[in-house]
Structures are given as C-alpha cells and as structure tokens.
Design a protein around this ligand. Structure first.
Ligand code: SF4
Ligand code: SF4
Length: 474
C-alpha cells in the first residue's frame, strides 16, 4: 500500500428523513377563535346538509344511480354537466383570487385536512393532556395506563371518522335510509366500501398523516407561490423588530442590552402544526394557520411589548416599513382585478343561466327502421321517438305539435303527455302530412325541415321548439 495516497473521507447521508412526531402546543387568541369558528361552520354544513329535507326528498342528494343531482330546489341532469364545469372554474378562480389577496387562507382555516386535524388534536389533548403530557406519554414505556389512554383516543377518533364516512355516503344515498339499512345489515357493497374508505381516510389523514399531507401530498402547496406577489398577505416574523433575539428578564431594558423583541421562547415553533420555525422566513410548509401569531402575541402581552412581532402583512409592507393601511390600498392590482372580474362575470352568467333555466328538455330521434311511408292514400307518415325530460319538482303535462308543412299533424300519442316530477319519458309518435294539401302546393319528394313544439299545458312559457326533418318518399 502507498502510505502517501490521499485518504478519502466518506460520509453517509440518509435520503429518507425519519418523521419527528409533532405535538403542537395549544394556543388561544383571535386567530384560534377564527379557526374554531370555521371548524364549527364547515362541519355544521357538512354533517347537517344530508339531514335537511326539501319536500319529501333530501335537500341535497347526488343520486348517481338515477343520474340526478338534487340541490335544494334545483335538479341537475347529466345534460347539465356544464354547470359542474362552471363550478370548477369558479372554485379555481376563487382560490387564485383569495391566494393572491390573502395567501393560504383556505389551507389555514377551511381545508378539510386542517379542520379534521384540529378536531382530532382537540380530542388528543382532552384525553392525553397538553403538549408536554403527550410528549411524556410517547416516551413512556408500555403500561396499562398508556394502553388505556391510547385506546380511548383511538376509539374517539374512530367514532368521528366513521360518522364522517357515514355522512359522506349520506350525500349519495338518503341518509335516513342509510341509517335503517346500516342497523338492519342491508348496506350495499358500494355503500359499505365508501363508508369504510372515507372513515379510514379521515382517521389516517387527521390522526396520523397530519402535516405530511400538506407537506408532501397536497399539490396546492407546490404551486401557490406563483400566485403570490409582494402585496399578498402572508404570515411573517418581523426580523427588524425581533433580532437580535435572546432571553431576558421581563424588566430588562432591551434597548440598553441591544436586543430585539424576540425572547427566543420557541412558543411559535411549539405551536406550529407543521413544525417549522417562522423566523426562518416564508416556507412552503407554512399552511397559514396563524397559531404562531397567537402564541407570540401571548408572549408579547406578558413582556409588555406591542403585539405583532409575527403578524399578517405583505412583503412590500414589511420591507418598506409601510403602515397597515398601505396593505388595503394595494388590494386592487392587475392580478386581483383580472381574477375578480373573471369571477364576477362567470358567476353572473351562471346565476342568470340557472335563474332562467328551462325545466323542459326534449330530444327528437327519427325512427331509423321506418323512415317514411304512405299511411293512407295521399298521406305520408314519418316515425319518431321523443324524450321529454321534466327537470321540475312537479309533475307536468305537455302538448306536442308540429309545424313547417301545410296540414302537418302529430298522431299516434295520447295528448297531453304526462311526465313525473324530475322524470323523463320516451314517447313514440308519428307525424303525418297530406301530399296534396288544400290551398297549398303539392308536397315534393325529398327532405323537408319541420319543427316539433312541446309546451306545458299549465304554463305556455315552458316550451321547446326542436328542429327535425320530414321525408317524403318518391
Ligand atoms: S408557521 Fe405559523 S402560520 Fe405557518 S403553519 Fe406554522 S404556526 Fe401556522
Ligand atoms: S413566540 Fe415570538 S418571542 Fe417567542 S420565539 Fe417566537 S417570535 Fe420569538
């Protein structure tokens, strides 16, 4: 061996970082109150809606088997898929607008992942105790007390998760029927699967995955930065005010000691559900929950310093030391104007379209097996099938007429045609026209354009004019 050969230092680097379990510290304050208000509001809507009745049916029901969506007084059919597209566009535009204006408001206050994690954390705190007690319990050796405490927590979590799964399926099957079928063990395989799947997803995501969903699975965290600009509201630490940080007595003169307002207590880090230190600057892991603001404000109050060392502000206001009023004056800017205008325009058109929606749909199909025939001497008949859809909540009767040729008439059906509420009916019918109508030129062989008119007997404004063709054989 050559003793003079250079030695190579090797260092092992782990590519997989073992997750450190985060036990966020509970904090109280303005933003915690807002978060809980949003938890109550969103969950009241989610758990309550399937139980609301609208007449004799659920107010909100996505009946996939019948291919009808009921939303209060509205009934949507597969033909209304455009409204779903519009809803998705509006949701995306709202997300863009709110992100450009106020950063990750959705993530911090209303995202189901945040909301259920908040609920599961609350249960954990009630059963296992505060942050320190939970850390000690984690580190404690196995014991009956530890087993019972943990079992109680998981039972409570599972109860919430299963109720959530049951509620979710209650949007697709009337929830009262679902309850009866659950008790009598008559659930279908799909209902069973989705209750279990959604329960498992809630239990896993809110109980175990928690911040990992936001950090590694949510795509929004990755692309939200492109929607941010210097005037977007962000939660940030004020380093000019806070640094140099350091512990001190409450009565210490920080100016004399040459230190900033941050007492380096670490409460902002302990309160953070994603385990980051906001003092390191804006990070994609920050979900904008504002727990660090509440935690730090409590410290500032105790120290007798002004609140807001960590606060909602904008990059521009922070770097240029602008007053809070300047944040409001920068709300309207090209990006927010474009998002806002588009949102308003599309929402207005969608609302107008919904308000003036015709509750009658008619599809006309020619019978390809019997195109045209001479039904009686001098009279030609064409055969059709019409599908009449009544999207209204009440049964209706319709008159069917034809026009476009002299003497043309609808035959072969009992008029008026009755269709159930939110129902559809396929009606075979014949249209007849005389070859030599009185007072009009004779009908020439070939294809003629005609119109089929379907009108509600009780409301002439509910009417459809469908164009089709009438064939006269040679
Ligand atoms: S840094 Fe603050 S706002 Fe961001 S996730 Fe942590 S506690 Fe919430
Ligand atoms: S809570 Fe406030 S004072 Fe305490 S470490 Fe965080 S920024 Fe500093």
């Amino acid at each position: 061996m050559n003793d003079t050969a250079p030695t190579v230092d090797t260092q092992e680097v782990a590519l997989y970082e073992i997750r450190r379990r985060i036990h966020p510290r509970a904090v109280h304050g303005t933003f915690a109150a807002w978060r809980w208000a949003l938890v109550f509001a969103t969950q009241a809507v989610f758990y309550g809606l399937p139980w609301l009745k609208w007449g004799d049916r659920p107010a909100v029901l996505f009946d996939l088997a019948a291919r009808k969506f009921y939303i209060f007084g509205l009934v949507f059919w597969p033909q209304d898929a455009i409204y779903l597209t519009v809803l998705l566009i509006l949701s995306a535009l709202s997300l863009f607008l709110f992100t450009a204006v106020a950063g990750r408001l959705w993530c911090g206050y209303a995202c189901p992942q945040t909301v259920y994690t908040e609920i599961f954390l609350w249960i954990e705190q009630k059963i296992e105790g505060d942050r320190l007690a939970r850390i000690r319990l984690d580190a404690a050796p196995p014991s009956l007390k530890k087993f019972v405490t943990r079992a109680l927590k998981h039972i409570a979590w599972l109860a919430v998760a299963v109720w959530t799964g049951y509620t979710f399926v209650g949007y697709f099957t009337p929830i009262r029927e679902l309850g009866v079928r659950t008790i009598t063990w008559q659930l279908g395989p799909w209902e069973t699967f989705w209750i279990l799947f959604y329960s498992f997803a809630t239990y896993g995501n809110a109980g175990f995955m928690r911040e990992q969903v936001c950090k590694y699975m949510c795509p929004y965290a990755r692309f939200q930065s492109v929607m941010f600009d210097r005037d977007t509201l962000i939660i940030t630490y004020d380093p000019q005010r806070g640094e140099p940080r350091g512990a001190r007595a409450r009565t210490a003169d920080r100016q004399a000691q040459g230190i900033g307002d941050c007492v380096d207590c670490g409460i902002c880090v302990q309160a953070c559900p994603t385990g980051i230190d906001i003092r390191d600057g804006l990070q994609y892991e920050c979900i904008g929950c504002a727990a660090c603001i509440d935690g730090c404000d409590q410290v500032m109050d105790k120290m007798g310093y002004p609140r807001g060392l960590i606060r909602y502000t904008t990059e521009r206001a922070l770097s240029e030391r602008l007053p809070s009023s300047s944040i409001v004056s920068h709300l309207v800017r090209p990006r927010t104007l474009v998002y806002g205008t588009l949102l308003l325009a599309i929402a207005s058109v969608a609302a107008w379209s919904l308000a003036t929606r015709n509750p009658l749909r008619v599809d006309v199909m020619r019978d390809r097996g019997a195109l045209a025939r001479e039904a009686s001497p001098g009279v030609v008949e064409n055969v059709y099938r019409i599908q009449v859809m009544n999207t209204d909540e009440r049964a209706r009767r319709y008159d069917v007429h034809a026009k476009g040729l002299p003497g043309i008439a609808v035959a072969g059906i009992d008029q008026p045609v009755a269709v159930d509420s939110a129902g559809t009916r396929l009606v075979p019918l014949r249209i007849a026209a005389p070859l030599e109508p009185a007072g009009a030129p004779a009908l020439q062989p070939g294809t003629h354009k005609i119109e089929l008119i379907v009108t509600a007997t009780d409301d002439p404004t509910i009417s459809r004019h469908e164009h089709t063709t009438f064939i006269v054989p040679r």
